[in-house]
Design a protein around this ligand. Structure first.
Ligand SMILES: [Zn+2]
Length: 396
């Protein structure tokens, strides 16, 4: 049956969501408080609470309110399970949470995501199954899956929007593939957008309406938030900051152009500068650690990367005038060693009025930002409008 706005069932579902949202925001409420918070009649609240209790979404416990006996309604521990799946270029991370915004289980494993979409989705399907089983909840309680992939996503179809950015996934529709395997609705977005969402709801972007989340890893992408909403562009390509041209005669990029920002900042290029002195097994995490320990070569490389990112951020400031830039990925661990050079470039290349209003900070969620953003994506698709207003309760 197709719901039309205003139909009996869509009205009922909207009322259910209002009650769940009110309870989630307050932790627990009596039925009289729910009626006041939602504007619904006592009889409607009573019916909805009974229905939510029968479905296991809420728990009802006796309490006293103003000396009178009352019943306290709270979300049950396994209320509405939500799953986040994050594919990075080199890892797979899965988290399972509930609509009460608790993370119940989380796990990451290394994975060469570019190599084969089929293999990546096999691993994701297995890990999701394992985590759901590990917390002992019924699979039927999973209300949605948020999926992040490291490439542009076409908003309408959910297909990968570029054949050059993620060649192993070319022609693939990861949303439909994963939904088919799991039998659960899947919402998909690119990893930088999800990182922005995670930091916006629970991290360094709380309460900010205009923000850019910049993720520097194997590639470089930006999640753009304009007036409190992720801006994706019609083809899902907005924020592909890594492919801003910095040097027309620079190194050839995987996108086919020369001298893209990515070729001066992404791990796959930057590590090559240091492997002659530090060996072939060097990782970006190690470079950041060495820089923090005072290694001059690694400090130099981290600062250069910061300056190049800053050039891109300056362009972004001139175009969009965000109030905050949040740096994610392994590089954020370098703290001021990378943030200060970014700020220097911004003050050099951006219009002063745009640069003055900008704060450049490290992400608060580290490598979890994307998978938590995937969970937030499902909550937001389910109508949780309190997510982006900066009032979301902490995630545990
Ligand atoms: Zn490029």
């Amino acid at each position: 049956m197709v719901d039309t706005p205003g139909s009996q069932s869509s009205l009922h579902r909207a009322n259910l969501e209002r009650v769940v949202r009110a309870v989630r925001l307050s932790g627990s409420l009596t039925q009289a408080e729910i009626a006041r918070a939602t504007g619904l009649s006592a009889a409607t609240v009573s019916n909805i609470v009974r229905e939510l209790r029968e479905s296991g979404t809420v728990e009802v416990t006796p309490t006293s309110a103003g000396g009178r006996r009352a019943r306290s309604v709270s979300l049950s521990g396994d209320a509405g399970i939500v799953v986040g799946v994050d594919f990075g270029h080199t890892h797979l991370r899965v988290a399972v949470g509930n609509l009460a915004r608790q993370v119940l289980a989380e796990e990451a494993e290394p994975l060469d995501v570019d190599a084969s979409a089929e293999h990546g989705l096999d691993r994701a399907e297995r890990l999701v199954g394992q985590l759901i089983a590990s917390i002992g909840v019924d699979r039927a309680k999973v209300v949605g899956v948020g999926l992040g992939v490291p490439g542009p996503i076409d908003g309408e179809s959910g297909a990968i929007g570029s054949t050059t950015i993620l060649p192993g996934w070319s022609g693939m529709n990861p949303r439909e593939e994963l939904a088919g395997r799991l039998g659960i609705p899947v919402h998909v977005d690119n990893d930088a957008n999800l990182g922005a969402l995670g930091e916006l709801v629970w991290g360094s972007g709380r309460g900010v309406q205009d923000l850019a989340y910049i993720k520097v890893a194997s590639g470089v992408g930006a999640g753009l938030v304009i007036k409190g909403e992720i801006y994706r562009g019609p083809g899902g390509t907005a924020g592909e900051m890594g492919h801003i041209t910095l040097d027309e005669s620079g190194p050839v990029c995987r996108c086919g152009n020369r001298g893209c920002l990515e070729t001066f900042t992404a791990a796959r290029y930057v590590l090559g500068l240091l492997t002659p002195t530090h060996g072939p097994d060097l990782t970006m995490q190690r470079v950041v650690q060495l820089a923090r320990d005072g290694n001059p070569g690694c400090r130099r490389v981290v600062a250069d990367v910061g300056r190049h990112i800053g050039s891109g951020v300056a362009n972004l400031c001139n175009l969009l005038n965000p109030s905050r830039v949040v740096l994610g990925g392994d590089l954020a661990e370098a703290g001021e060693l990378v943030l200060e050079p970014i700020r220097e470039s911004v003050s050099r290349y951006a219009i002063p009025s745009a640069a003055e209003q900008l704060s450049v900070v490290a992400g608060a969620l580290g490598g979890r930002a994307e998978v938590l953003g995937a969970i937030a994506l499902v909550m937001s698709e389910m109508g949780d409008s309190s997510l982006l207003d900066g009032t979301a309760p902490s995630l545990s």
